[in-house]
Design a protein around this ligand. Sequence first.
Ligand code: HEM
Length: 379
Amino acid sequence: MEAWLVTRYADAKQALADQRLSKNPAHHDEPAHAKGKTGIPGERKAELMTHLLNIDPPDHTRLRRLVSKAFTPRRVAEFAPRVQELTDDLLDRFARNGSADLIHEFAFPLPIYAICDLLGVPREDQDDFRDWAGMMIRHGGGPRGGVARSVKKMRGYLADLIHRKRESLSAEPVPGEDLISGLIRASDHGEHLTENEAAAMAFILLFAGFETTVNLIGNGTYALLTHPEQRTRLQQALATGDRGLLETGVEELLRYDGPVELATWRFATQPLTIGGQDIAPGDPVLVVLAAADRDPQRFADPDTLDLARRDNQHLGYGHGIHYCLGAPLARLEGQTALATLLTRLPDLRLAVDPSELRWRGGLIMRGLRTLPVEFTPIS
Ligand code: HEM
């Protein structure tokens, strides 16, 4: 498959906001078998196509407005103590060992349990999600049978859960605190989300919020462990209770080595020009966030990790109408995970030479397969 790659910051920002670039794969000229590759394995087979990353206004505007009513920054802020508790619980499980694979034991389970809690998936079912998500992350990006089966199971489970919650809400309309109940109740001029739309929404929240956050924690920890001066500065700031450097630091980690290397597929609906290049209708366009965020025309010393960087409007969460809906949750999880690791395991270090680390394949995501670390055991 051929596509245009947009790599400069100014062009990337323009392309991400350009409504002549559609997210709907139906605008793509390629044969049917190549359509719809937004990075979600198995999605073409399911009715998952109607999620936010695959649709344009006016449908996108309506669905985004509805979900924004349920997935508010306030709801995320109220969730902070639970994220801290989940983080501490996961760390407790390996803190006595003196070593761990931070991807599988820490970065991977945290976002799964967090989003399950937020959505209202009962605790006893959350390990099923962990298994299904594990299948996706191990084989993500390819059309392999196991991944498609996991997507199908997750989708079926969510549809059933939404149905059950809707029934119990109509029997006893006590406002549920969870996001799925919020989605069911969300209405816009009397228009409700259909159960199908709510299930696709729950799925995209889970999917978009899972591997991305795994990689923020994984890539971020790796960058800190390989930049000892920056890491020491952050540890000192945290020791004095100053969280300012943590906040700018997580943004810098997103710029420096963000989880989403390329934004999802876009397709030209009319002739347009980006950075002097003419693009024909039907052409696929990929915005390379990783390149834009290291553009020397936009960022001073772009290849330097500077946790205190101020002028840092990176594109790690995208831009325009598809700007990441989960950014407040991702920030909360990233900041909590990194601060907890550095505070509770102060001498955390890589257990292997960086040259031995392996990155996952795939077009859209950038993340490590494993991150073996060592530290002084704590009880
Ligand atoms: C560090 C973690 C994260 C990163 C780097 C990230 C990055 C992104 C990017 C780049 C986009 C735009 C893609 C495009 O325009 O092609 C996006 C969209 C989106 N993200 Fe995130 N994301 C993260 C975490 C989350 C979380 C935790 C959630 C939800 C729980 C989430 C939900 C979404 C949704 C629903 C969209 C689609 C929004 C729309 O199309 O209107 N993301 N994200």
